[in-house]
Design a protein around this ligand. Structure first.
Ligand code: URA
Length: 246
């Protein structure tokens, strides 16, 4: 038997989705702005069952509710934006609807891409899923398309696959990584760790310099060709199955 959906107080749910304080939400209900299945809810003190269809059935000012907690997004990160919540300058979170930035639990990036890296970035408010993807012991493969300043030396595939390469300032060697060579200055690199500036530092260890870096795969999930730069798409309830297929 499937687990019954948990019930939550409407004022708590809406406040945590960023619609305002509990007091604001209460006032919205009293004003008849909150409807369930077309009927106005006179009070936000009622409890509602968190069924997957709630976001469609519950409307605010005639607009379906934002996605319920458990959101997983894939974003095509543009160059020049940072993944931090509080850096100066352009943040990836500015690409999301303003209200989504007020959610509790917050939507956070799953790991980070450098400011100068583009491509597939997952975002979620699901702490368990986030940790499952970034936990060092999980080894989710991440593939990067790399443009280099200088031609490859020729020994990169063996060196990166060896499991003996140690990055400057670190003691622990990197896990084996897979390089697929496209041209003398272009390659795809798949790594299963997430060390600081890992791809750039791996090529720096070979005397090269990464000029362009773009992530196009995380786990089994490819960046969709039709996902425009700077836009995002929500993954469904099967997000984990898309990232970690059986
Ligand atoms: N490795 C890097 O050097 N930068 C990234 O953004 C991701 C992996």
């Amino acid at each position: 038997m499937s687990k019954p959906a948990s019930a939550v107080r409407l004022d708590k749910l809406l406040a945590n989705l960023g619609y305002g304080s509990r007091r604001d939400v209460q006032a919205m209900a009293r004003a008849g702005r909150v409807t369930l299945d077309g009927a106005a809810l006179p009070t936000a003190e009622a409890r509602v069952a968190m069924t997957p269809d709630l976001a469609a059935r519950l409307q605010i000012d005639g607009t379906p509710l934002d996605p319920l907690p458990g959101i997983v997004l894939m974003l095509n990160k543009p160059l020049g934006m940072t993944c931090s919540h509080k850096d100066e300058g352009a943040l990836v979170y500015s690409l999301l609807p303003e209200r989504w930035r007020l959610r509790e639990p917050p939507i956070s990036s799953v790991g980070r891409l450098d400011k100068d890296t583009s491509g597939l970035l997952l975002l979620t408010d699901d702490g368990d899923l986030l940790h499952r993807i970034i936990a060092p012991k999980t080894h989710v493969p991440k593939r990067y398309q790399v443009g280099l300043a200088r031609p490859l030396r020729g020994d990169e595939a063996d060196l990166f696959a060896s499991g003996t390469l140690t990055l400057a300032g670190e003691a622990k060697p990197l896990l084996p990584a897979l390089i697929e060579i496209h041209t003398s200055t272009q390659a795809a690199l798949t790594i299963t760790e997430g060390r600081y500036h890992q791809v750039r530092r791996m090529f720096a260890a070979t005397g090269n310099h990464v000029v362009t870096l773009h992530r196009d795969r995380v786990g089994a999930l490819d960046l969709p060709a039709d996902l425009a730069v700077g836009t995002y798409r929500a993954l469904g309830l099967d997000a984990a199955a898309l990232i970690f297929p059986q």
